[in-house]
Design a protein. Structure first.
Length: 256
């Protein structure tokens, strides 16, 4: 897929399969790649451990508490791969939901897959609550100043404010208090930084920056969590620091 940006100054080529970008024939870093270099994924480690433990527990329970020989080996292998199986299943559903949202915003006829129905219902609930005036969806961007690419989910006007929106089909961050889950949720900070990255590039090209960012978590079970950020300038400053850190870290890795 090829896009002309900055009134034809740059030709951006995006490969969906490899999720890679080229600008005027040269490969460029993507927003998520940069963020992944500077943000810890500790929550994924604990999530993977929980998936393995649950898988092994289920195997023991189904065997009435006794696992021997091949059954034990199979249970261990299943536990090792439990997080991958869960992740792949979630990714498939998430892709269906994202595709449906993109088509819906783009006014294309679309019918949600059965496994995405609850998520679609949650999206419609969000739309009814915020009544967005959609401007763009799945828009590729390139930052001339910082030399990176990306694709944002949605730009819309909400309550009179130009809003950069990112739809997530994962759960928001569980808030822990005293080492225990509190039952309350919050957004992942890197998701707001991601919006800042898109806003930075979009503003460079168009001269119009978002007035607020919005992260919309739409889970596979149909749960809806929405978070807003008004301090967009601070978020963009943090994004500039993230770029600098990621690139300097990469230079340090090459020293010896």
């Amino acid at each position: 897929m090829i896009y002309d940006l900055y009134k034809g100054k740059y030709e951006l080529e995006f490969s969906p399969a490899a999720h890679r970008y080229k600008v005027n024939g040269v490969y460029k870093e993507g927003v998520t790649s940069i963020i992944n270099k500077v943000v810890s994924k500790d929550h994924l480690i604990s999530w993977s451990a929980n998936m393995a433990a649950q898988s092994f527990y289920d195997a023991i329970k189904s065997a009435n508490g006794v696992l021997l020989g091949d059954e034990l080996e199979n249970a261990l292998e299943g536990a090792k791969k439990a997080h991958t199986a869960k992740k792949n299943k979630g990714a498939d559903t998430g892709s269906l939901v994202h595709e449906w949202i993109e088509n819906y915003i783009g006014k294309k006829e679309t019918i949600p897959a059965h496994e995405a129905e609850q998520s679609v219902e949650a999206f419609m609930k969000w739309e009814k609550q915020f009544t967005p005036e959609y401007i763009k969806a799945e828009q590729p961007i390139y930052s001339e100043k910082f030399d990176y690419c990306g694709t944002f989910d949605c730009l819309a006007r909400i309550e009179g404010k130009l809003t950069m929106i990112d739809f997530k089909t994962s759960n928001p961050r569980m808030v822990y208090r005293g080492g225990k889950p509190s039952g309350h949720f919050n957004f992942y900070p890197e998701h707001m930084i991601q919006c800042a990255a898109y806003d930075q590039a979009y503003g460079e090209e168009t001269g119009h920056n978002a007035e607020q960012y919005m992260i919309v978590y739409i889970t596979k079970q149909g749960h809806l969590h929405t978070y807003r950020l008004d301090d967009t300038e601070q978020a963009k400053a943090a994004w500039a620091c993230a770029i600098s850190l990621a690139r300097y870290y990469k230079e340090l890795e090459k020293m010896y």
